[in-house]
Design a protein around this ligand. Structure first.
Ligand code: PLP
Length: 418
């Protein structure tokens, strides 16, 4: 079906209906006609406290009356400074510098450029980037380059740079990953950085691995003087049960990417946080050593006001208790699914539960995906299977009735898929 609006990750040729959303509140979205849709994936993993949280919306409204936008090169403003101070207070202590951008993908681009800039400015240029197989770090050129190559990237191969991939740490075979990382770090041409999604690979199929492996990987990077970039774009802001996934492994990266829940999921904003040595490597009276990156809207004041409100919510509301409650409810569901023969590989990290429907064509283009999607549409739930992998990542405010409705919809979708 032709469409003047070209939607992302949407095959318009399939003619699937595209609901027109007029309003959001808590864990629900409402169409123009008032149909209520339960948001089971937090609108692409961003909505942490629920849609239109009054405190965030209030902060945005207030900021619109003061300052809409100002160039951020050579100028600053109160909302950006508040966000930077708030982040430095709650994020791991060595991450002392905050660089703003607009999306998770750009926060990754920034981290990669900072890593290369760090080595160049120190007079020891390095060019190799290490990645984990099956990862996803965004759809910009750098993000695609460090992500898994496959159906998402096949047409764009000429744009992408080469990276070195270490295997995903399959349960029971983690040592193979550690050995591969050790070998890649110790090679004669030293890598600049290793970029990794902590504890769970999101768009790569909700594949999970344990904190011990993350800690050991971080140890290998540190021992070999290879920068560690942790991409907390999806995992940050409580998704894995803790504020950050890397805190479960007691890991502090050299560079960390945050976005999505940074504004509670209300406005496009991201940050790349860096340690003092990385900032200091760019600090000079020599202009050629500054960090060459911006976008027109870097640190937009309205988006920063939303992030400042999110930080206040984390400080002042029982967010951690809400997350712990959701983890418990999701664990009970995980146990039920694990006992159900229609599902394979049932797993949970924090608030996220994922399972594969036991069909033979288990990949991203699996026919199970569209069959399940049709059931979800009918049930008025927003769930987007990744091939035959179905997962839930709801806002933390979801109540038992809505969570139960999502679980029921997955149950019916499995029947339709098989
Ligand atoms: N990194 C990770 C781990 C992600 O999950 C995503 C998006 O899902 C990105 C980066 C890209 O973020 P964005 O879609 O905001 O560009």
């Amino acid at each position: 079906m032709t469409s003047p609006v070209w939607h992302p990750f949407t095959q318009h040729g399939l003619g699937e209906p595209i609901p027109r959303i007029a309003r959001g509140e808590g864990a629900a979205l409402y169409t123009d006609e008032g149909r209520r849709i339960i948001d089971g994936i937090s609108s692409w993993w961003v909505t942490t406290h629920g849609h239109c949280h009054p405190r965030i919306m209030g902060a945005v409204a207030e900021q619109t009356q003061k300052l809409d936008q100002v160039i951020f090169a050579g100028f600053t403003h109160e909302p950006a400074e508040t966000v930077a101070a708030g982040l430095i207070e709650i994020m791991p202590a060595p991450l002392r510098h905050v660089f703003f951008s607009d999306s998770g993908s750009t926060s990754v681009e920034v981290a990669l450029k900072m890593a290369l800039g760090y080595w160049t400015n120190r007079g020891e240029p390095r060019h190799r980037i290490l990645v984990m197989a099956s990862s996803y770090h965004g759809d910009t050129v750098g993000g695609m380059s460090v992500g898994a190559r496959g159906v998402f990237t096949a047409s764009y191969a000429p744009l992408l740079f080469d990276v070195e991939s270490i295997p995903f740490p399959e349960a029971g075979a983690e040592q193979a990953t550690l050995d591969a990382l050790e070998a890649a770090c110790a090679a004669r041409e030293k890598p600049a950085a290793f970029i990794v999604e902590p504890l769970i690979l999101g768009a790569g199929g909700m594949r999970m691995y344990g904190p011990d492996t993350l800690r050991e990987m971080a140890g290998i990077c540190a021992a070999n003087d290879v920068l560690l970039i942790v991409d907390e774009v999806m995992t940050g802001w409580g998704r894995t049960g803790t504020l950050l996934a890397c805190e479960q492994a007691d890991v502090t990266p050299d560079l960390m990417c945050l976005s999505k829940g940074l504004t509670g999921g209300s406005m496009p904003l991201a940050v790349t946080m860096a340690t003092a040595p990385i900032f200091d490597a760019h600090l000079s009276t020599d202009k050629a050593k500054m960090f060459f990156h911006s976008s027109s809207y870097t640190a937009n004041p309205i988006a920063c006001a939303a992030a400042a409100a999110n930080l206040a919510i984390w400080r002042e509301e029982p967010v951690r208790e809400r997350i712990a409650g959701l983890c418990d409810r999701q664990e009970a569901w995980r146990a039920r699914l694990a006992a159900d023969a229609r599902f394979h590989n049932v797993r949970r990290t924090g608030t996220i539960v994922a399972a594969e429907v036991a069909v033979p064509d288990g990949d991203y283009l699996s026919a199970a995906g569209p069959r399940m999607a049709a059931v979800f549409r009918e049930a008025n739930v927003l769930l987007r299977p990744l091939g035959n992998t179905v997962y839930l990542m709801p806002p933390y405010c979801i109540d038992d009735a809505d969570l139960g409705a999502l679980h029921d919809a997955v149950d019916r979708a499995a029947d339709a898929a098989l």
